[in-house]
Write a protein that binds this ligand. Structure first.
Ligand code: TXA
Ligand code: MG
Length: 350
């Protein structure tokens, strides 16, 4: 298949291109598109054949449900039923935005889209290209992140191309995305609303509107024996090819430990990279260092993390050491992804 790659103005996307992309979806094809979190791989959420194609293009197990993207709130009852009042409260504050809510599914949504579940994840993204495209596509676009299964989600269109070229009809290029980590997922079908995946919308932000918010136990705990409620969270996602270890502890100790281990790995003939921050970059002895931005700016760390993990793959890095981050606020999402990428391989040097 010849994959069309079209760059769009993020503020004023060309309507004729959005229309063409929408037509592809209506015909049962697939189009990758930018959102404010990561790039998505879209198909018609109401068409079981489209969902099957998405799983095939990603090489993803089909028990892993897809998120249904909408472009206006009034379409929510088309895909979900028994919508609780709190959903409208959350929507008023955080939609469009990086929050996915889980409801009981309506009959309009085929089980192929929900991986056999009776629930549906719904998201109203905050990105002009995404919204225009979803509208032209008929209003309901099922979209996982646009990476091959097991790779970090793409935050730049070049990584969508790397993974999806020849597998889908079109890629809409909207430059580097703003947030860089996937949306927060909150399950509204459980007695107490429960975060299944942390993201830019934090528990603290949700607690401004809800009395109680639980967090799925498997999110930061690598030893938890419980099955994660978001089926996708059980797979070893976001994994770079290299062997990644996260080092936590007091900064100067982290630096000396990483420098010592770098020396050993280089002696063993390994290609090493250190994932660091602007504040510490100069202190590391490794030849290859990648900063995810300033430690003071969590948003930058979230935005750059997947790019840096992808670059490690591009450069065939064999051993990766990363600094650790505070797991509070947006930091919970950052650490959740970093620890998953590391297969929960963490060393504390304090
Ligand atoms: O930011 C995002 O959410 C991006 C962009 C493209 O919108 N999408 C995304 O989709 O991250 P994906 O498929 O990579 O991750 C969806 C996650 C998976 O872990 C999946 O198991 C979970 O959402 N999920 C979807 N529907 C669910 C449901 N009904 N119940 C529980 N978990 C669900
Ligand atoms: Mg994904």
């Amino acid at each position: 298949m010849n994959t069309k790659f079209i760059t769009l103005d993020t503020e004023n996307p060309d309507p004729s291109v959005l229309k063409e992309a929408g037509e592809i979806i209506k015909r049962g094809g697939l189009v990758a598109f930018p959102t404010e979190t990561v790039y998505g791989l879209g198909g018609d959420a109401l068409n079981p054949e489209s969902s099957k194609k998405i799983y095939a293009a990603k090489g993803r197990p089909s028990d892993n449900p897809l998120i249904v993207h909408i472009w206006r709130l009034e379409d929510l009852p088309v895909v979900a039923r028994e919508i609780p009042d709190i959903a409208y409260k959350l929507a008023a504050e955080y939609w469009p935005g990086p929050l996915t809510m889980i409801f009981r599914k309506s009959d309009a949504i085929p089980f192929e889209t929900t991986g056999g579940l009776d629930t549906v994840a719904v998201r109203f993204p905050d990105n002009k290209i995404a919204l225009g495209f979803i509208k032209e596509a008929g209003g309901f676009v099922a979209a996982p992140s646009a990476n091959l299964s097991g790779k970090p989600s793409p935050t730049l269109s070049k990584y969508v191309k790397e993974d999806m070229d020849g597998r889908i009809e079109m890629i809409l290029d909207g430059g580097q995305v703003g947030i860089g980590l996937e949306s927060t997922i909150i399950d509204l079908t459980s007695e107490v609303p429960t975060i299944l995946r942390p993201g830019f919308i934090t528990r603290e932000m949700l607690l401004k509107l809800l009395n109680e918010v639980d967090v799925d136990k498997t999110i930061l705990d690598g030893n938890s024996k419980a099955a994660p409620k978001a089926p996708g969270m059980k797979y070893r996602h976001y994994a770079p090819k290299g062997d990644l270890t996260v080092i936590e502890g007091e900064t100067s100790k982290v630096i000396s430990y990483i420098n010592e281990k770098t020396k050993e790995a280089v002696k063993d003939g390994k290609k090493v990279c250190v994932i660091c921050t602007d504040e510490t970059e100069d202190a590391f002895a490794a030849k290859i260092k990648k900063s995810v931005g300033s430690r003071a700016d969590e948003a930058s760390v979230g935005k750059e993390l997947y790019r840096v993990l992808r670059e490690c793959d591009d450069e065939d890095i064999e051993v990766i050491f990363s600094e650790s981050f505070d797991a509070t606020g947006f930091g919970q999402a950052i650490m959740n992804r970093l620890l998953k990428a590391a297969g929960h391989h963490v060393i504390n040097v304090d």
